[in-house]
Write a protein that binds this ligand. Structure first.
Ligand SMILES: C[S@@+](CC[C@H](N)C(=O)[O-])C[C@H]1O[C@@H](n2cnc3c(N)ncnc32)[C@H](O)[C@@H]1O
Length: 271
């Protein structure tokens, strides 16, 4: 099964905004890949955590909510910084991973568009590589604002435009192998995309930036499984040659790969 019944795997969904994002069943799609996400993708955004946590002022005692927390790596970092960490994710298997990784955190199953929390209870709300997957980002941001405490801050981050990411080269090759059109950047990936969304939610943007990231699968097997996350083994085997060929320019010493890229981020405060 692939997201939305389409032909692209969750690996591509890691990066792209899809207008046809499914509502029902999204949790199952992400639950099915939770183990692979933890193994191959969970820390790819790590370089942006520092700028986000600094710009949102996370420290000891800060009540932090991570929306679309996945397997909990950012929650772990926030908890280590002394925050009172809470996560929410649509996919029960992602939530199980996050709970195991961060026993001190509260992690709940829930949708960004209908957060299972009372109004005004979080000082900081983060969403990393998640908002582009939500069908109605405006509705989700309204929910974030609802549960944000007076004077609180929202920090968003996600993949920058495809042209800044080596992964884009590989994903274009996969689309070509499927005889599909190349992936198209969604609005949140463009310069100013997060800032526009935050302002539309009535927030005051106080900081933004672009941070270099790198995805470094240890070998060709990890590369193929990561790019084609969510695809069945037969499809992975069929497309492996195209993925490996496209990633050839990004081979690193020792048999692994290094695909450079960038995340955009923006932080805003409640007015
Ligand atoms: C690309 S992963 C990113 C996970 C994590 N934030 C990270 O940086 O590793 C997207 C996550 O968002 C979750 N998700 C997708 N749609 C969601 C929604 N509407 N509400 C809450 N979580 C959602 C998925 O289950 C998945 O765990």
């Amino acid at each position: 099964m692939t997201p939305g019944g389409g032909e692209q795997g969750v690996g591509e969904w890691a990066q792209y905004d899809h207008g046809d994002a499914p509502d029902e069943g999204t949790d199952d799609v992400w639950s099915a890949v939770a183990d692979g996400w933890a193994e191959l993708w969970g820390a790819v955004a790590a370089p942006v955590w520092g700028p986000l946590l600094t710009a949102t002022g996370v420290g000891p005692g800060t009540r932090v909510l991570d929306v679309g927390c996945g397997t909990g790596e950012l929650l772990e970092r926030a908890a280590r910084d002394g925050a009172e960490a809470t996560g929410v994710d649509l996919a029960p298997a992602m939530v199980r991973h996050a709970r195991e990784r961060v026993p001190a955190a509260t992690v709940r199953v829930g949708a960004a568009e209908r957060l299972p929390f009372r109004a005004g209870v979080f000082d900081v709300i983060l969403a990393v590589n998640a908002l582009q997957l939500v069908e109605d980002a405006g509705a989700a941001l309204a929910e974030l604002v609802r549960v944000l405490a007076p004077g609180g801050r929202v920090g968003l981050a996600g993949w920058a435009e495809g042209a800044r990411n080596d992964l884009d080269v590989v994903e274009r090759a996969v689309a070509a192998a499927y005889e599909e059109d190349p992936p198209v950047d969604g609005p949140l990936r463009a310069p100013g995309g997060f800032e526009t969304a935050l302002r539309a939610a009535g927030l005051d943007v106080v900081g933004s930036g672009v941070t270099d990231v790198a995805w470094c699968p240890a070998d060709a097997d990890g590369l193929v499984r990561g790019v084609l996350l969510g695809e069945d083994p037969a499809t992975q085997a069929e497309l492996a040659p195209a993925v490996i060929a496209a990633a050839a320019p990004f081979r690193a010493a020792g048999g692994g790969y290094r695909l450079a890229g960038a995340f955009r981020w923006a932080v805003a405060r409640a007015v």
